[in-house]
Design a protein around this ligand. Structure first.
Ligand SMILES: *Cc1c(COP(=O)(O)O)cnc(C)c1O
Length: 387
């Protein structure tokens, strides 16, 4: 451990643990905000990617809003000083309790995903004798060409209101005195690296923007969602995603109306690269076919490889004299065959006690951790080192 602490202030904690590099997070946020501001775009952070308190506070300090998918995320955002008028509430399954939490906190907008949700929201708004603002999440039927579990914009996905129900949604809103329609919302999936897909999304958004205009709804907000991917293969070379190219696609292809605001909900691209999972080799199991390195982190600590077949870069932290490499399957200790981090990783000959670092785990890592097998809850540490 002492070796990788060189030039850093990472303390000698017991493994496994998450380690967040706040210096990189700060640079990432700065870049994202700068590029967004060039086009007068607004960023909201999808809290579900990572809710570490220090990370939330830093994101909030950049004037970024909050995109929440549960009542607890709303109260967490408020506790971290995200202003209510920058809080959005999305999700297909908002409970009555969560809707009440959102109304009581006077959040800015509900992103609505079904006709029935509109009716329920209308009832709750009347109950509270208040007006609420909504954006309709339209299912654009676009293939984000990402893993099927993180694709959300196809007709077969549960998300959003399908084309043929939009007129009915408009009717419900027009008949309601408590619901103000302020925007349209799209979110087609996550870990999207092909920016061409966002051009298609712009065309779809333009179509609907115009459609609503024809129906006398001049909308204040076009929300294009999140989904910008990160480079899991080269986390050091591409530690900051190409926000410039991402926002330029929308600046070029989106046809906004005068005074219309353009919003984005970024999760992974803001926090993904700042996180690492530090782990220790417990055992080496040498076989005829394969060598296993059994580490003390498991799918309970990082489920992405098991759930999405995600490949994270794994590096050795313990210094080695030899540069000869051996092929390992790196697996966790959990009683599941899916508990594997990499089928094939070339590393110098490992031994019990060596430290490894799994990169790019800042998004959908710690937040998805479980205590299956009655494991200890994974810890997390932050550092401001220049490392
Ligand atoms: C998860 C989610 C996001 C963030 O997605 P990323 O891929 O992490 O950028 C944005 N909007 C909605 C509605 C989401 O569910």
């Amino acid at each position: 451990m002492t070796t990788f602490i060189q030039n850093t202030d990472i303390p000698n904690y017991s493994t496994p643990f998450y380690y967040y590099n706040l210096n990189l997070l700060e640079k990432t946020l700065k870049t994202a905000q700068q590029e967004a501001k060039k086009h007068n775009f607004h960023i909201h952070y999808a809290l579900k990617a990572n809710n570490n308190p220090e990370i939330l506070s830093m994101i909030q300090s950049f004037g970024i809003g909050a995109d929440c998918v549960s009542g607890n995320e709303i109260t967490t955002a408020i506790a971290h000083d995200f202003p209510a008028n920058k809080i959005f509430f999305a999700g297909v399954g908002k409970t009555d309790k969560e809707i009440q939490t959102a109304i009581k906190n006077n959040i800015f907008c509900f992103n609505v995903e079904s006709l029935q949700e509109l009716e329920v929201l209308n009832n709750w708004a009347q109950e509270f004798q208040t007006n609420i603002r909504v954006a309709l999440r339209i299912n654009p039927n676009i293939d984000a060409k990402t893993h099927k579990f993180i694709s959300t914009g196809k007709a077969e996905n549960k998300f959003g209101i399908p084309d043929e129900k939009i007129d009915q949604a408009i009717e419900i809103i027009e008949n309601s005195s408590s619901i103000n329609l302020i925007g349209l919302h799209f979110h087609i999936g996550s870990q999207i690296l092909d920016l061409e897909i966002y051009k298609i999304l712009c065309e779809t958004a333009n179509y609907w923007n115009n459609y609503f205009l024809q129906k006398n709804h001049k909308l204040k907000i076009l929300n294009l969602g999140g989904g910008l991917g990160i480079d899991y293969q080269n986390p050091e070379k591409n530690s900051i995603p190409d926000f410039k190219a991402f926002f330029q696609v929308f600046a070029q292809h989106l046809k906004t109306l005068p005074q219309q605001e353009v919003h984005f909900e970024l999760g992974r691209s803001l926090v993904g690269q700042c996180g690492n999972l530090i782990t220790k080799v417990l055992y080496i199991k040498e076989g005829l076919q394969k060598n296993f390195a059994i580490i003390d982190a498991g799918m309970t600590d990082l489920i992405r490889p098991a759930l999405y077949q995600a490949q994270h870069k794994i590096k050795i932290l313990t210094p080695k004299k030899t540069t000869d490499k051996i092929n390992y399957e790196i697996v966790g200790p959990i009683c599941e065959s899916a508990d594997s981090f990499s089928q094939s990783t070339h590393l110098p000959k490992l031994k019990r006690g060596d430290y490894l670092m799994i990169n790019s785990v800042g998004a959908y890592g710690e937040v998805m951790a479980s205590q299956y097998n009655m494991r200890d809850k994974i810890k997390a540490f932050t550092s401001f080192s220049k490392h």
